[in-house]
Design a protein around this ligand. Structure first.
Ligand code: PGA
Length: 249
């Protein structure tokens, strides 16, 4: 049995005061959560949020990580630094990083390896654009994104990693993938990993992301290969996020 996990990707939102209130509410509800819960605040707030959740069953994740270990990379934050301030997880390859900051498959794979190497659990995001879905190349795109990481990290690295399927057309649009659409791609992802290592594929948690909200979470999480969610907008509202976590039962 794979224990579900729900991660909140706050993106570039929040203030110290707002974070404190949000995390307070999450801590209050955390004992009842039927899943692992992770919050991913912006880098500058990681330390403070990490302090706040210290004794609660809530994990801490970063939204991105530098592929380099250290050196003259102005503005970047290394995996070791993220670990040092209390992170257990790091999102890599989010579509906003891929599209807005031109992170390609090779760079995403290097970020995955950098995070994994220091003991973080990478949350590898994959997913197709609307144009790619309409052209019928969803599996080709997702397969290519996965293979780039498998080629450098190997399948065994996925014993400590998560994959989040996030169709780009569903992110922040209010238009989620249907449970069937999500399940189909999740099954494809699991099979792709299973071709290399069936045991690791079986234990690998696959998250769905893209307009997850309390109203659609249960039907998505009910799918056999959907093991939780990566939640953007709805993770900023405590009530909504708590209800999404509850739907992972
Ligand atoms: P959304 O974002 O839930 O706001 O669609 C999901 C994500 O980008 O991780």
């Amino acid at each position: 049995m794979r224990r579900p996990l729900v991660a909140g990707n706050w993106k570039m939102h929040g203030t110290r005061a707002e974070n404190t209130r949000l995390v307070e509410a999450l801590i209050e509800a955390s004992d009842e959560a039927p899943c692992d819960v992770v919050v991913c605040p912006p880098h500058v707030y990681l330390w403070e949020v990490g302090r706040q959740i210290k004794d609660a069953p809530i994990g801490l994740g970063a939204q991105t990580v530098c592929a380099e270990a250290q050196g003259a990379f102005t503005g970047e934050v290394s995996a070791a630094m993220l670990k040092d301030v209390g992170c257990q997880f790091a999102i890599v390859g989010h579509s906003e990083r891929r599209l807005l900051y031109r992170e390609d498959d090779t760079l995403v794979a290097r970020k995955f390896v950098a995070a994994h190497a220091v003991g973080l659990t990478p949350i590898l995001c994959v997913g197709e654009t609307l144009e790619e879905r309409e052209r019928g190349v969803t599996e080709e795109v997702v397969g290519r994104q996965l293979d780039a990481v498998l080629a450098v990290a190997g399948a065994t690295a996925f014993a400590r990693a998560l994959v989040a399927y996030e169709p780009v057309w569903a992110i922040g649009t209010g238009k989620n993938a249907t449970p069937d659409q999500a399940q189909a791609v999740h099954a494809f992802i699991r099979a792709r990993i299973a071709a290399r290592d069936a045991t690791i594929a079986d234990g690998l948690r696959l998250l769905y992301g893209g307009s997850v909200k309390a109203a659609n979470a249960a039907e998505l999480f009910d799918q056999p290969d959907v093991d939780g969610g990566l939640v953007g907008g709805a993770s900023l509202k405590a009530d909504e996020f708590v209800r999404i976590c509850a739907a992972a039962a």
